[in-house]
Ligand binder design. Structure first.
Ligand code: G6P
Length: 407
């Protein structure tokens, strides 16, 4: 086991530090500059090009995705957080409606699904029971089957109905979700052993960004110029985080020492950084057993703010590229005023929080849509070091399973 940990104390730390590599593997062969036109970027998603043998609809998945009215992301836990980032990316980059659903909620309602919908099931393990069931529902088209009343007596409930396309975004090759979906993308993140998901999360975000960019091109939502700019930014992420990550260890250890005795912590972020705040809070409670909640920055004012008092850690994500950066800055000052132990996560070179935040962590800046890939990393490390200092069982937290295969 020591060998498998590659010199790291825990699998989780190894997997956090492996992210530049895992991201490169997820991008490899999918995003490239063609030899004949090296100033242009192309995205090739082989797993979405052909319909499965025997599929009712012979159109290629990409064609169906390009004409889809709506995307539904179904997932659980950390994978749900990448789904929320995916929703924002699909709306902004591909110009298409997208919703994100907790698979367990989706399957126990009567959601409206139609054959022009695409359901994207996101799962590291590919075995989560609720996510698997959400796929089956979309395939059976249960919820959108016309009622007998609406079609009269000619309706044959046994006749085959057109189905919503199901797409898997999965890490484990050959897993149930990979087999059950019509098509998909593997993450190629490598095995994830630590129960708390880290590198699978960032690779899920990469997979969804690749899909959003590919669809943005196909649906005409992105100009050639914009597409090239986004592709170049996405492709540069692994290199831009590699060096920075080695310097993060010491910084996050110092902050962790100060925050390790907390009983509650709040995480705030706006837009694409709201899911990062949720993920930061989930990581902290999963492995350190500190109660933590993530909020959309402004929403803290509608309740969470009552929890802020002296020494309560508040972790604010405040990038200068955030759409409401000025308002976030104001809120950060307000949290400080209320006594919070304030950690601000911002972009390199930003000195706006000097004298306001107790601690600042700076990230390399990229396009806003790609920024979660970078901003989640200091939060993973923070949780890791806090949990380690508290002597917690990091790779196997109490009561938590790597994959929930029971209903
Ligand atoms: C469990 C794990 C989480 C994971 C979630 C979804 O709760 O502890 O880390 O995010 O399941 O798992 P999946 O394999 O479907 O991504």
């Amino acid at each position: 086991e020591q060998i498998e940990k590659g010199g790291y104390k825990h699998f989780m730390l190894k997997e956090i530090m492996d992210q530049p590599n895992a991201m490169r593997n997820c991008l490899r062969g999918r995003i490239y500059q063609p030899a004949e036109a090296p100033d242009r970027w192309e995205i090739k998603l082989g797993g979405l090009e052909k319909a499965k043998e025997g599929a009712l609809n012979p159109q290629s998945p990409l064609e169906r995705m390009a004409n889809a009215c709506r995307f539904i992301f179904a997932a659980c836990g950390t994978s749900w957080h990448s789904g929320l980032i995916g929703k924002y990316a699909f709306e902004k980059l591909a110009g298409v409606r997208a919703e994100v659903e907790y698979a367990s909620e989706f399957r126990y309602r009567k959601p409206l699904i139609c054959d022009s919908d695409c359901l994207i099931a996101i799962s590291q393990s590919g075995e989560t029971a609720d996510t698997l069931e959400a796929i089956k529902m979309a395939k059976e088209h249960k919820a959108a089957a016309p009622s007998i009343a609406s079609v009269g007596s000619s309706f044959d409930p046994k006749a085959e109905l057109p189905q919503a396309l199901t797409i898997g975004v999965v890490n484990v090759v050959g897993s149930s979700i990979a087999r059950e979906t019509d098509c998909g993308m593997y993450l190629h993140a490598g095995p994830e052993i630590g129960v708390a998901s880290t590198k699978a999360f960032t690779c899920q975000v990469i997979a969804l960004l690749l899909m959003a960019l590919r669809l943005g091109k196909q649906r005409g939502a992105l100009s050639e110029e914009m597409l090239n700019m986004y592709c170049a930014a996405l492709n540069a992420v692994p290199d831009s985080i590699e060096k920075w990550m080695s310097s993060l260890t010491e910084q996050t250890q110092v902050i962790s020492k100060n925050l390790r005795l907390a009983t509650n912590a709040l995480f705030s972020g706006m837009g694409v950084h709201f899911p990062v705040a949720l993920e930061g809070a989930l990581k902290l409670k999963e492995i350190s057993y500190i109660h933590a909640e993530g909020f959309p920055a402004s929403e803290i004012r509608h309740g969470g703010i009552t929890l802020i008092r002296n020494f309560v850690p508040v972790i604010c994500i405040a990038m200068r590229s955030d759409p409401a950066y000025e308002q976030i800055k104001q809120m950060v000052r307000d949290f400080r005023h209320k006594g919070a132990a304030l950690l601000v996560l911002t972009d390199d070179g930003n000195t706006d929080f000097a004298g306001v935040a107790h601690f600042t962590l700076c990230c390399p800046a990229t396009k806003l849509e790609m920024q979660p890939l970078i901003s989640c990393i200091p939060l993973q490390l923070l949780s890791y070091h806090i949990a380690d200092m508290r002597g917690c069982s990091i790779d196997q937290p109490r009561n938590l399973a790597k994959s929930v295969t029971v209903e």
